[in-house]
Design a protein around this ligand. Structure first.
Ligand code: CTP
Length: 413
């Protein structure tokens, strides 16, 4: 569906990535009006934004005065996204300045506003910036957690602009659901598993599954943007954009995933098992490639892997909430929901997200649908939508359950 988006661009080196954000938004069918600041135009020319958006580009309120652009553009917008948002832009937005078309527009809008900061770590961590971010968030503005990594020059640390694909995924989430990213997980320590384990047969072959890791990454992404401290334990998630603001722990096999999850969950408030774990592994791993030496095909003896979710539930610390996923196809014994209900009680977790899989559904797809079942009896239908939308519904339920006594998040800003 076509939506009207304002893309604000302020003057940092990451401004060049706004072209990719713009391209992805227009390719999704949205009508995008770009409003750069004067400094942004030192990095990217107005002609580039005009060509990519197909719309005129202005920076100041004194152009096209008869059209009153500083009010009109904002009034029509369904989302204002500023990427990158520099420290200066955050300061001007926080204090209601209106000294150019972008900041004037920010004062006129009633739609969701998402600011994507990009700056050096020192500037991001400066008390002035922290206060500006807190002020903006207290007014309901979504200020995205930046990524950590290479900055301009040789520096590295938090302050990097998240990948354009991630920015557009979060922007699309806000277009689907304006209240999808509240800061209700601040102080909450979360561990999420994602991807699919591989069980080696020999140095080149393995038993694996079709999980891409996208749903688990979406769960981690939304948790981080809602303020949680997130560890993401990932098995074979190549090509999926690592969420900004999470700590990534890479694993290969079910046994490695088991060990990592038990370790990470010791301090966690919420544990989410979204990974597709191989239930069985070859009893032996051949040290060299299995050869076709005889006409008879080899027989592979399998051993059962530990059920990680069951172990996590058994070791659950007081107040910890454990969430499982269920990939179901339905069969002669029952439908997706019947199998999911049985799995929830068999595994003993607090919440279970049940997805219908097979026929090209869920695995590797951008969208997902299913049911959210809770041990307290709640059954919530999750209509077909993006994986981040499903993740935001899941975190709504977690947050609703976590704030009830005896649970409480540690009091951290
Ligand atoms: N799971 C796990 N360890 C395993 C297998 C699964 O922790 N060895 C977790 C998955 O991460 C998921 C949940 O258990 O959160 C359900 O996984 P699923 O593959 O749907 O179910 P299985 O336990 O494998 O049961 P079945 O094959 O009978 O459907």
């Amino acid at each position: 569906m076509t939506r009207r988006v304002v893309l604000g661009v302020s003057g940092g080196i990451a401004a060049y990535k706004s072209c990719e954000v713009l391209r992805r938004l227009t390719e999704s069918g949205h009508q995008v009006r770009v409003i750069p600041t004067e400094s942004a135009l030192k990095f990217v020319g107005a002609a580039t934004f005009e060509a990519l958006s197909g719309q005129p580009v202005r920076t100041e309120v004194f152009a096209d005065v008869a059209e009153v652009p500083h009010v009109r553009v904002g009034q029509r917008a369904e989302l204002v996204l500023v990427a990158p948002a520099t420290a200066d832009l955050l300061a001007r937005a926080a204090h209601g300045r209106a000294d150019d078309l972008l900041t004037a527009t920010l004062l006129t809008v009633s739609c969701p506003v998402m600011l994507v900061p990009a700056m050096h770590t020192e500037m991001w961590e400066h008390p002035a910036t922290r206060d500006n971010v807190a002020l903006l968030r207290s007014r309901g503005v979504v200020v995205v957690e930046p990524a950590s990594g290479r900055l301009t020059g040789a520096d590295s640390g938090p302050g990097r602009l998240p990948e354009p694909a991630e920015i557009v995924e979060l922007a699309s989430l806000l277009l689907e659901r304006a209240d999808a990213l509240p800061r209700d997980l601040v102080g909450c320590r979360v561990v999420v598993s994602a991807g699919g384990t591989r069980e080696p047969l020999d140095p080149v072959r393995f038993l694996g599954n079709r999980s891409s890791g996208r749903q688990g990454y979406a769960v981690a992404r939304v948790a981080a943007q809602r303020g949680a401290e997130v560890a993401l334990v990932a098995a074979h998630t190549d090509g999926v954009v690592v969420p900004a603001g999470v700590r990534l722990v890479g694993v290969d096999t079910a046994r490695q995933l088991h060990e990592a999850m038990l370790g990470e969950s010791e301090q966690a408030d919420v544990v989410v098992m979204a990974a597709a774990v191989a239930d069985f592994r070859p009893a032996t791993m051949e040290e060299s490639k299995i050869k076709k030496t005889s006409t008879a095909a080899p027989t592979v003896r399998l051993l059962t892997n530990p059920d990680i979710l069951v172990d996590l539930v058994a070791r659950r610390r007081p107040g910890q909430l454990v969430v499982g996923f269920a990939a179901e196809t339905g069969d002669a014994a029952g439908g997706v929901l019947d199998h999911a209900r049985a799995k929830l009680s068999r595994k003993g977790c607090d919440l279970l997200v049940a997805n219908a899989v097979g026929d090209g559904k869920a695995f590797g797809q951008p969208n997902n649908a299913g049911w959210l079942l809770a041990a307290d009896g709640a059954e919530i239908e999750l209509p077909l939508g993006s994986k981040v939308l499903l993740a935001s519904r899941l975190w709504d339920e977690v947050a609703a359950r976590r704030i009830k006594p005896p649970f409480s998040f540690r009091d951290r800003p």
